[in-house]
Design a protein around this ligand. Sequence first.
Ligand code: EPZ
Length: 419
Amino acid sequence: MEKIIVKGGCKLSGEVNISSAKNSVLPIIAASILSGDKCYIRNAPMLEDVLVICDVLRSLNAEVNINRTNNIITIDTSKACTGEPNPELVRKMRASFLIMGPMIARFGKFRISLPGGCNIGTRPIDLHLKGLTALGVKIKLGHGYVEANTNKLIGNKIYLDFPSVGATENIMMAAALAEGETTIENAAAEPEIEDLAHFLNSMGAKIKGAGTDTIKISGVKELKGVTHTPIYDRIEAGTFMVAAAITKSKIKINGIMEEHMKPVIAKLTECGVAMEIQGESIIVDGDRDLRPVDIKTMPYPGFPTDMQAQMMALLSTVKGTSIITETIFENRYMHVGELKRMGAEIKIEGRSAVIEGVDRLCGAEVKATDLRAGAALILAALSAEGVTAIGDIYHIDRGYVEIEKKIQMLGADIRRLKE
Ligand code: EPZ
């Protein structure tokens, strides 16, 4: 198995370029099923999860070409057929479930294995199914599978009990080809949903309000193929902002949208980090006395749960008491045990983690337990005394393009060890 080896204590300097957003590209690849024309995704991030969803489409007889030279993914679903995507792939990555809405809208019927949960929670899909049912889809659950069919999708008014990102996306994609008007209330407002709506509207959909809590979709008869460049990955950008803070370095991060970074900029500012926006770049100066802060993860525009682990690594090195409360996922503290192996002082009390900052973390043998936990361990290792070996780094490769190479370019002593 591969490991990432980090010798802590190096200052970072220079610039890093942020890739396109994983959580934009995944639903956009799923949405390409809605048209029989070719779709082109430019500047696509060559991530494990992106490769998996491409294989899911291939298992439905779509032609997907991944050009790693120019980072363009070409998708041709003209020969795609309904049927059942490879269950191994669906279980491997929950986001595969995002093809359900498009498949129902295109073919009227579909069967898919229930997506596995993962380390951060049970990850139910009840809101997805409730929304699709409201659009006239008959859903049958059994033996670990979802069977869905409809004669016609009819627009409806849907109120989400929770602003679920995936449920909002699945419903929006199905409603794009439904007859009549659909309103999604208490919708998720993440930037990736706005990007998906942008992609769908350029295909000919009629979607208004994406990025707010109320989205209105007027169904159309058909959608055409388009070329789309996804937004930058705000979580990768936030991860590098924390890298500057935890190593007390000053770096420039290219590829940010100020609007999307607001919750992370606000919290890092409160912590004492200096930041300066320059167009689509940000200069982060972490070489300052940082202060403990309290964080509560919330749906966008609140503080993102996908930045919780990274901030916990930083606050483990900031003198004083910080409290993090994770409100989105019920089990997103798997990184606490690993950070404690590095000397962090963290206590879990219900949904909160109480962090007492220590002078210095120490290198250790640790394991990534999920995508963002793995990123947090890299950040902790960058500031720790001595060498840290991080195992199970396949979790990290799901969401970060060559993270160790990008950090190496900033001057860190970090390498991937192929065992
Ligand atoms: C998306 O997951 C992201 N993944 C996650 O990023 C992110 O953490 C999450 O949104 C929250 O922002 C992708 O976009 C591919 P949810 P998703 O549906 O859609 C509950 C990463 O690190 N829920 O908003 O699965 C659910 O249990 C990943 O990049 C229901 O109860 O998230 C959870 O507690 C991790 N019923 C909460 O809502 C449902 O039907 C948020 O889930 C659906 C969700």
